[in-house]
Design a protein around this ligand. Structure first.
Ligand SMILES: *Cc1c(COP(=O)(O)O)cnc(C)c1O
Length: 426
């Protein structure tokens, strides 16, 4: 038995499902996890000594690749100065200035420890600012695991959300309205019924938690103008897209300014970091400046800030990195389409910048309903083949592929060849 298998046997006895976050369990592809020992550049190495080309990148943070030397040395230097002080530090100021300089819609920012925390706090702030309770979220968008956002996929006509997890009281989701991604009609319906009660619309400006679903032309613009019309705040959840689609995130990429933005993943450079920010007038309501309470013992941790600042600084100093990454990704996803087309299999390849997803369906994927038409058994078989051949994909149909700057032409070509072997049976 391999080391990963032995570790998993031990893990399931002492950890629910054997993992600390569900998708790592490989359950949705009917397989078991590889335990990763180390990583370098665009490659992962497991406990059994297998090497993989990594298309997860820690679910996004590793946009520069694993073990980027400047990021590593910043972290090591910070460790030597102290792991945590629970007091104000210079790197927190530096990080806040950096984020405000990179994202035009942000004048003030608060650091937290995860994307979940960032979103949960941004919603509290939106409610505090507007003195309203209801929020609209889109089915298939993921915003972390806080109570109010774990809502069952619902029809647009439903007036209150139904919990999608045990342990979430119905009271926690009653103010969460569901709408369909890319459907302004489903949003307008809610606004017409109760627009004056809606505190915020929260959206992934390019959805990357139901595979990858780009916004249709006019969708984000439409949300912006509905929010303006009703005095509702527009929240972009840029936990994935932030600093990935470009240095100013999806809002820069699509040219739409939200009122509040949430970050995670890339902003921490691999450390557990989240952040939310927006206009001064709104952010000044956050404690201790204002009456919306939110706190964190380890928030703005100096080691975490060192990793994030180092990564963001490199990205800021190299605007050409985004052009290169997006061009490289564009070609990769196009080549993938060619292989699928030749194979005669039903498929859709959706991609935005370095994010992409292969669905096994004939239907155009533009929302959760169409994403669900993908043949997940076909995905599982494909995913298991790729993993067995040294290509580490997200073990779920409904997650994105993340390309990084460390992926070389050769690695991408090798990946395409393995795909071709699989689909053409050669
Ligand atoms: C990952 C993710 C979150 C949650 O972030 P965590 O750090 O896992 O809590 C929230 N929103 C989006 C869009 C995400 O992709």
């Amino acid at each position: 038995m391999g080391k990963s298998e032995t570790l998993f046997e031990r893990a399931v006895k002492v950890m629910p499902g054997g993992v600390n976050s569900p998708v790592r369990a490989f359950g949705s592809v009917g397989s078991t996890p590889r335990f990763i020992k180390s990583a370098k550049g665009a490659c992962l190495y497991d406990e059994d000594g297998n090497k993989y080309i990594d298309y997860i990148g820690s679910w996004g943070p590793m946009i520069l690749g694993h073990g980027q030397p400047e990021v590593l040395s910043s972290v090591i230097d910070a460790c030597k100065r102290g792991l945590s002080f629970g007091a104000a530090t210079a790197p927190e100021v530096e990080m806040a200035e950096l984020v405000c300089s990179l994202i035009p819609s942000i004048e003030m920012v608060r650091m937290v420890n995860s994307g979940t925390e960032a979103v949960m706090s941004a919603i509290r702030l939106a409610r505090g600012y507007t003195k309203r309770n209801k929020i609209i979220k889109f089915t298939g968008c993921y915003h972390g695991h806080s109570d109010g956002l774990l809502v069952k996929a619902g029809s647009g006509a439903m007036t209150s959300g139904i919990p999608d997890s045990l342990g979430v009281p119905a009271g926690c989701t009653q103010d969460t309205l569901s709408a369909d991604y890319n459907s302004l009609g489903s949003v307008t319906e809610h606004f017409q019924r109760c627009g004056e009660e809606i505190a915020a619309v929260i959206v992934e400006p390019a959805a990357a938690n139901m595979g990858v679903v780009p916004p249709k032309p006019g969708f984000l613009e439409g949300l912006r103008s509905l929010c303006d019309e009703y005095g509702t705040l527009l929240i972009f959840d840029e936990v994935i897209t932030g600093f990935r689609l470009g240095i100013s995130g999806a809002q820069g990429y699509y040219g739409i300014e939200p009122d509040l933005t949430t970050f995670g993943k890339i902003i921490g450079g691999g450390m557990p970091v989240g952040a939310y920010g927006g206009r001064r007038e709104i952010m000044e309501l956050v404690a201790p400046a204002g009456g919306v309470y939110q706190a964190g013992t380890l928030s703005g941790n100096p080691v975490a800030m060192a990793a994030g600042i180092a990564q963001l600084t490199i990205l800021k100093e190299h605007p050409e990195y985004y052009t290169d990454l997006n061009e490289k990704a564009n070609k990769f996803y196009q080549d993938m389409q060619k292989i699928l087309k030749k194979s005669g299999r039903p498929y859709q390849v959706n991609h935005v910048g370095s994010l992409g997803c292969l669905y096994f369906t004939e239907k155009e994927v533009a929302d959760y309903e169409s994403a669900k038409t993908s043949d997940t058994k076909a995905f599982a078989d494909y995913c298991n083949y790729m993993t067995a051949n040294g290509v580490y994909l997200a073990p779920s149909q409904f997650e994105a592929m993340f390309l990084s700057l460390a992926h070389t032409e050769e690695m991408l070509q090798e990946t395409l060849e393995i795909m071709e072997q699989y689909f053409m049976g050669t």
